[in-house]
Write a protein that binds this ligand. Sequence first.
Ligand SMILES: C[S@@+](CC[C@H](N)C(=O)[O-])C[C@H]1O[C@@H](n2cnc3c(N)ncnc32)[C@H](O)[C@@H]1O
Length: 235
Amino acid sequence: MSESTLGQIKSFVIRTSRMSPAQKRGWERYGDRFIVPFNGDTVVSQTAFFPEGDPGRAVKLDIGFGMGRELATLAENEPETDFIGVEVHRPGVGRLLLDLGERNLDNVRIVPHDAVEVCRFMLAAESVDAVHLFFPDPWPKARHAKRRLVRSGFPELISRVLKPTGYLYMVTDWEEYAIQMREIMESTALFQNRYTREHRFAPPQSWRPQTAFERKGLAKGHRIYELIYDRLSGV
Ligand SMILES: C[S@@+](CC[C@H](N)C(=O)[O-])C[C@H]1O[C@@H](n2cnc3c(N)ncnc32)[C@H](O)[C@@H]1O
C-alpha cells in the first residue's frame, strides 16, 4: 500500500468566509463554555472535555459537523451521551456555539481544528465509543481526490481513538467515494463491516437526523450510502 498522506495533504481548504452576526455572537457568548482548543502536546481525557461529567458516559465524535444543526439535534435526543464535534470552518463552529448556548446543551464540546491532528495527537487512545463522518467533502475532481479524508491511513487513525467495542459510521451521497470508503476500510483487519448484504451498505439509521448536505444530495437525485464498521478488538 502506498505511504499514507493523511498528515500532509489536508482534507479541507480554509477559505476566508465572513461570519454572520449570529455566528460571531456564538463565538463571543459561548466560545469559553464549549470550545476545547487543540493542543498537540497534551492528550485530553474525557474528564478534561467534560470536567463536571461522569467518566462512564458514552462519548461520540463527529468529524466535520458543518453548521452543526444535526449534531445539536443528536445531543438533544441523547442527553445521556457526550459529543465531541471537530470542525475547521469557523462560521460553522460559531453557528453551533449559538445553538448549544441557546438550547443549553451541555453534553457537547467543540475542537475547532483538523480532525486528523485531533485524532492523532489530542484524543486519548481508546477514548470514544463512536465516530460519525457524515457527508465528508467528496472532492469529486480527479486531481483533488487525494484530499479525501477516507484514504490510506484513515482506518488506523480511527481505530486508535475508538474503544474496543466502538464503531465508525460514515454516510455519503457520492457513490464513487462510498466505494472508496468500503475498499479502504476493508483493506485492513482493523474493522468489520456490520452489514453483509446489499453490497455491504447499511440500512438508514432512524436515529440519524438528516443533514444539510444530505438534503443537497437528495435534491440532485443522489442516492445515500451508509457504512458502519465495528472495531475489531485484539488487532
Ligand atoms: C460537506 S461538509 C458536511 C457537513 C455536515 N456533516 C453535513 O452532513 O451537513 C464537510 C465538512 O467537513 C469539514 N472538514 C473537512 N475536513 C476536515 C478535517 N480534517 N477536520 C475537521 N473538519 C473537516 C469541512 O469544513 C466541512 O464543513
